[in-house]
Design a protein around this ligand. Sequence first.
Ligand SMILES: *[C@@H]1O[C@H](CO)[C@@H](O)[C@H](O)[C@H]1NC(C)=O
Ligand SMILES: *[C@@H]1O[C@H](CO)[C@@H](O)[C@H](O)[C@H]1NC(C)=O
Ligand SMILES: *[C@@H]1O[C@H](CO)[C@@H](O)[C@H](O)[C@H]1NC(C)=O
Ligand SMILES: *[C@@H]1O[C@H](CO)[C@@H](O)[C@H](O)[C@H]1NC(C)=O
Ligand SMILES: *[C@@H]1O[C@H](CO)[C@@H](O)[C@H](O)[C@H]1NC(C)=O
Length: 828
Amino acid sequence: MNIRMIIIFYAYHILIHVPQVSLAFESISQSISLVDDGNTLVSKGGTYELGFFTPGNSNKRYLGIWYKKIPIQTVVWVANRLNPINDSSGTLTLNNGNLVLTQNNETVVWSTTSNSYNKPENPVALLLDSGNLVILDEKEENKELYLWQSFDYPTDTFLPEMKFGLDFRTGINRRLTAWKSPDDPSPSDFSFGMVPHNYPDAYMMKGDKIFYRSGPWNGLHSSGSPQVKPNPIYDYRFVYNKDELYYTYSLKNSSAITRLVLNATAYVRYRYIWIESAKRWEIYTSVPLDLCDSYKLCGAYSSCVISDSPVCQCMEGFKPKSLQAWYSMDWSKGCVRNKALRCEDNKKDGFVKMSGVKVPDTTYSWLDQTLGLEECRVKCLENCSCMAYANSDVRGEGSGCALWFGDLIDIRQFAAGGQDLYVRMDASELGHVNEGHKKKGVLVAVTVSLVMAMLSGILMLGWCYRHKSQNNVKDKSDFSIKGHLKSGIQVDDGDLPVFNLSTIAKATNNFTFSNKIGEGGFGPVYRGILIDGVEIAVKRLSKNSGQGLNEFKNEVKLIAKLQHRNLVKLLGCCLDEEEIILVYEYMPNSSLDSFIFADKLKSELLNWSKRFDIICGIARGLVYLHQDSRLRIIHRDLKASNVLLDKELNPKISDFGMARIFGGDQNEENTRRIVGTYGYMAPEYAIGGLFSVKSDVFSFGVLLMEIISGKRSRGYYNQNQSHNLISYAWKLWKEGRPIKLIDKSIGETCFISQILHCIHVSLLCVQQNPEDRPIMSCVILMLVSEFELAEPKQPGFFMKDSSEADSSTNKQMLSSTNEVTMTLLEAR
Ligand SMILES: *[C@@H]1O[C@H](CO)[C@@H](O)[C@H](O)[C@H]1NC(C)=O
Ligand SMILES: *[C@@H]1O[C@H](CO)[C@@H](O)[C@H](O)[C@H]1NC(C)=O
Ligand SMILES: *[C@@H]1O[C@H](CO)[C@@H](O)[C@H](O)[C@H]1NC(C)=O
Ligand SMILES: *[C@@H]1O[C@H](CO)[C@@H](O)[C@H](O)[C@H]1NC(C)=O
Ligand SMILES: *[C@@H]1O[C@H](CO)[C@@H](O)[C@H](O)[C@H]1NC(C)=O
């Protein structure tokens, strides 16, 4: 082979006297150096070019390699990424077999360290058509014996023919380190490299934390990337022997252009492919792929299933270590065995096969590529701390043996392409655990009974639905005051502070308009300050019911006994012949509607976690009203403006028990009141006046949709105005794109599966038939747990605007404000 120093002058450089003559060298030798005035070193076939460049908006100079034929400068390697040159005085020379980059011909900013013990006789530096910058000795027979090569020192890009991994003989570990930014090629803390565990794996690191694990090679692909398949563009190969451990790929047709790049802005490793016709790079694949690729997301003995909600699922035979953490979506504590292993007698142990998985982290692993599956099983059984085994090569019938010791972590389950893992289990657990991963039933039952136990006394899931709405009565005497007095609840005088009207008048500046903070269905609300500085909210109700004062008083006292952290606290009352005044704790953050329907800035204050807390808080408040309090209150006007937020944005339901204070319906002759707000009212209530805990559940479902979507239930959400929020949500659900419902202000994509789960729950709450709707304690269970939800049935779309309500029957609006609460009177 004749590699000689050839200097090619481009013809036009000579003919036209350009002041700076750009020279394209084919090699660098002792007597030829590369200076930063347009000189470059070009590979023989003209594929790659080495020279000086300035990245992005930087003003620094770097020596790097890029594609010569691609119009968008795409740098694949940088020499002096740690030491940029601040001017154009860089010079690259070959000195005793090493490349040396200097500034002003004096300061060395970068150099190579050739692995040659003998001084090379005739060293030369070449850029190969693979993009590899190499130094070799021309006198050396074997031209592939490089003194140094850039492929051993990759930056952020992994080119075809490169080896990603280790050379045990030289100690070189070829790993990728992302640029800090497109303007700054210096190494960021985001890197990706092979790790020589007994059963080798590859880790993507963010600082000293593992960010993503590719999974060990299983003969076909990395265990975590079953999507990688033979393809028309490149071949790939994994090599693991006593000398080397690496992954590499090569082009099937050298005219294709592809590269793998680690990127610290997006925190991914992209595979790009150059699309010549469009003259642009296209992302072909990337890892990590989704939430389930987050390292150790689900903790020990649990696997991540991206199609499930929540994504983390205990492995069969295991249960959450901390129920509380688990149901608050913190899965990091992982799962523990239902039944401990009895190691002293290993005959008592067996294995359960999990199919379709990415095998666990291999930090504590053992590998023997000569053993078969049965020998592997025996090997694992012999050692108490062996927790799982699998074939190390899944090709064909499978071969090789990998063992795992200690906790099994970072497992995920794939819909297709995963492999089998055999997990150690107490023999008694083997019988009732099904093969494979179709174990939902068992898991659900376990989970549910655990949670149910927590929810004291509720024992069956079916109960969520079978539970008859026993309060599904016409709006009448059950809820009358008389009914309660008859039922013998004692009202203890002195329980409830009674305020003088003058005190309240003083506190509210005599009910001055500027103190008014709202107008509910039952009357205006004022902010007030008592003499001792305590802030209060004062609700002024006009008393236009036939009830007597004492009955009112008794009712108020009962309501005041309801205390729960998700209910606004009633501090006292003030009773007069003409009016009732209720005094509440003051909520500085106003109501939920002022956040979720507000401008972008305010709605962004409520990130998803906060919204989820609010949702759960409201649900807990309702459970208390519905079943935990002794009164069994049905709210009947649950809506965003009736949910107040305290300093920490904790939700507190207000206006509960108002229907009671107003006496509901006392007897047959009376007019029947329908209290509620259109857009939130369950169809059976709005149309038939039939109310129950299930009509509150309906309102809760609507509220849930509003919190998720940031849209009012009463608006219209498509061009031809045929959909309200419920029907719009239903339409999106049916079309399989409920994701479109999510408020843009919730920027956090990592919660998507939880949000979708909540949309599912909201649709279950607004189903047409009250009996199909879950009761509130089950709603909480659904919100925080992982069991599979029923497919929602058609929701009740009932929504009428006020004009329709007016004209349809002789219904009449008593009060209507901006946040329209309507009390309809209907003569019967
Ligand atoms: C560039 O760097 C050199 C060496 O570090 C220094 O002496 C010189 O002042 C710098 N020039 C500019 C313009 O910053
Ligand atoms: C450095 O030395 C080379 C070779 O002697 C010369 O061509 C180049 O102009 C020098 N550069 C500077 C900045 O002095
Ligand atoms: C990282 O990827 C983003 C797009 O996701 C791109 O804009 C950016 O330039 C990339 N960074 C580098 C250093 O190439
Ligand atoms: C390689 O690709 C080019 C362009 O797509 C095509 O013309 C050529 O025939 C291919 N070569 C081989 C060996 O497949
Ligand atoms: C079990 O395996 C672990 C990890 O390889 C090893 O440290 C331990 O000595 C083994 N125990 C027995 C009894 O072989």
